[in-house]
Write a protein that binds this ligand. Structure first.
Ligand code: HEM
Ligand code: CU
Length: 592
């Protein structure tokens, strides 16, 4: 083993902040509903995100019904298709994945993993959830608004997003979408501020930054990124709202619609694209970095091996986070930009492949000769690695201007981003839920339902999205509800489309089994005990499971080592928890 544990510091540094007096809930309402406990807020965030995610899943079925069997289902008009598509994309990216990784896992894991009693600003943390819920409700309202939800595509490009030809532009659809995003961002900022300050100021004694589990590094870096990226979307949403309601022209050029000169003039639609993608590209990594961190910890724990190259992993996370702010215009190669400009963005895009590849190598080297237990968290982590590398490889195609231009706006793009930021992070969400469910509930998830769910979802996702690359390569455009008997489209595409749709239903069904498992195991799951995976990180060392209010009882834990002391020779249990002072094993470890 090349990588050795940083040795214990001789004197434990004093705590960075004094132990705080927590808010003590006095009633059922303040304990479970308007709770300031990060653990309760985490469950609220996750539950809401999974619920709205189910809506997005149903919308994807409706789209697949239309694409697989065009003309059979009359109620899916082209307008409805665009509305389903827009809501599906936006919900999946923002309201499900961002919310579940940061609001859900972030809230639950940060305080526990760094040895804090709670987040630093619990009241703002509570408000964060309620604003998120409000944002979700406003979004859902748009389904029932006159004219329905917006059908502008999840990118909401003006001018078309607010022009009358687009579904949801005349009524309240687009307005509700923008208001919902604005609320989401305000809510997220309140939570995000908490995650950052808690990591920087709330760590317990001995928990140096370079001893934090990679899960915390991933969520922390993603939060910093989100705090920098969401403001771009925020101002874009506010300006578009003004364009739509007050008649300003931030993004609106002079336009003639149906022979009629509109009152707009002088604005720049391309400016919106820049603002949107300045948010939109980092958004991919806001979802991916927590996934990277979590996968690292899952692999290490379930292979009983220290993570390979911990420091490199930390710097790769931070490096990817920084680089992803200078690649956004690779989404705009066909916007008419100057080719040299495109060259710059292609270069930065390909440079990101370097730290990303480092991470993948380190995961593989962590697994290499490990004692790999094929538990469900491990299976999902492996599935993540496969799908992420797969999606990353097609990203190399799309990152190059000359290859992207013919592939742009084809189903190849849809296949690419579903692999890399749809399937891959969702695998981590499932793996993480299987891993931490025992801590949250005290019980294990049912293994048989879990394995059924895993295999159907993993193989099924490939059967959905792999053929879609081919559909795109032969030229089928994205965002088309129907391609009809277009000359260049071979018969095989129609057959595949039907096949893909059937697979989408199969995968969807497996998700219902997963949700059922979550509820069923609450009462019938096997008792988990405090540390069923024999893991080293602090959340597994709490005096109670599930952890009680304030997490740690009387004394905060003291940290003596990093999070990856697995298979330690001479250790009584094969691992040393972060708060284990060790002792005799120290020499054993020094001489491998
Ligand atoms: C079984 C799972 C899923 C299926 C069957 C599915 C299906 C689809 C379909 C049919 C489209 C429309 C393609 C088009 O006409 O251009 C689409 C778009 C999209 N999906 Fe998914 N999807 C799934 C999961 C996800 C997940 C997990 C994400 C999270 C990132 C996601 C994000 C998106 C986005 C961002 C769009 C683009 C919407 C737009 O073009 O405006 N999808 N999906
Ligand atoms: Cu991008």
């Amino acid at each position: 083993m090349a990588d050795v544990t940083p040795t214990t510091t001789p004197a434990v540094p004093p705590a960075e902040v004094a132990d705080v007096e927590l808010y003590h809930p006095k009633s059922y309402w303040t304990k479970y509903i308007f709770s300031q406990d990060a653990k309760v807020i985490a469950i609220q965030y996750s539950g809401t995100a999974l619920a709205i995610g189910m809506v997005a899943l149903v919308l994807s079925w409706l789209m697949r019904l239309q694409l697989g069997f065009p003309g059979v289902f009359d109620f899916i008009t082209p307008e409805a298709y665009y509305q389903f598509m827009t809501m599906h994309g936006m919900i999946m990216v923002v309201y499900l994945l961002t919310a579940v990784f940061l609001g859900g896992f972030g809230n639950y894991l940060i305080p526990l993993m760094v040895g804090a009693r709670d987040m630093v600003f619990p009241y703002a943390n509570m408000l964060s959830y309620w604003l998120y819920l409000l944002a979700v409700l406003v979004l859902v309202t748009s389904f029932f608004a006159p004219g329905g939800p917006t059908g502008a595509g999840w990118t909401l490009y003006p001018p078309q997003a607010i022009l009358s030809g687009t579904p949801g532009s005349g009524g309240a659809g687009i307005i509700l979408m923008l208001v919902s995003l604005i609320l989401f961002i305000i809510g997220f900022t309140m939570g995000g501020m908490n995650y950052v300050v808690t990591v920087l100021q709330g760590r317990t004694r001995g928990m140096t930054l370079m001893r934090m589990p990679l899960t915390v590094w991933g969520i922390f870096t993603a939060t910093v990124m989100a705090l920098l990226a969401f403001p771009a979307l925020f101002v874009a949403a506010v300006m578009m709202l003004f364009d739509r309601t007050l008649g300003t022209s931030f993004f609106m050029p002079a336009l003639v619609e149906m022979g009629e000169q509109l009152s707009y003039g002088g604005g720049s639609p391309i400016m919106f694209q820049h603002l949107f993608w300045f948010f939109g590209h980092p958004e991919v990594y806001i979802v991916a970095l927590p996934a990277f961190g979590i996968v690292s910890d899952l692999i290490s724990t379930h292979a009983r091996k220290n993570i390979f190259g911990y420091r490199m992993m930390v710097w790769a996370i931070v490096g990817i986070g920084a680089l992803s702010f200078v690649v956004w215009a690779h989404h705009m190669y066909v916007s008419g930009m100057h080719p040299y400009f495109g060259f710059f963005f292609a270069t930065t895009t390909l440079i990101i492949a370097v730290p990303t590849a480092i991470k993948v190598y380190n995961w593989v080297l962590t697994l290499w000769r490990g004692d790999v237990h094929l538990t469900l968290p491990m299976l999902f982590a492996l599935a993540f690695m496969v799908t992420f590398v797969n999606g990353g490889l097609t990203g190399l195609f799309l990152g190059n201007v000359v290859v992207d231009v013919p592939l742009s706006d084809t189903m190849f793009v849809v296949a690419h981003f579903h692999m890399v930021m749809g399937v891959a992070p969702i695998m981590v969400v499932f793996g993480a839920i299987h891993h931490w469910y025992p801590k949250v509930t005290g019980r294990m998830l049912d293994e048989r339902m879990g394995r059924f769910h895993f295999w159907v979802t993993f193989i099924g996702a490939y059967l959905i999205f792999f053929p879609m690359h081919y559909v795109g390569l032969v030229g089928v455009p994205r965002r088309y509800p129907e391609i009809g008997d277009t000359l260049f489209v071979p018969e095989s595409v129609h057959t595949l489309n039907a096949f893909i749709s059937l697979m989408a239903f199969l995968v969807g069904f497996a998700q219902i089994v997963f949700l059922f498992n979550l509820v069923w195991s609450l009462r019938h799951g096997r008792e988990a005990g405090g540390n069923p995976w024999r893991a080293t990180t602090l959340e597994w060392q709490t005096p109670q499971t599930p952890p009680a209010h304030g997490n740690w009882g009387k004394e905060l834990p003291v940290v003596y080592r990093w999070a990856y002391d697995y298979s330690v020779p001479g250790a009584p249990q094969d691992f040393l928890a972060q708060n284990d002072p060790g002792g005799a094993t120290e020499e054993a470890r020094a001489s491998p």
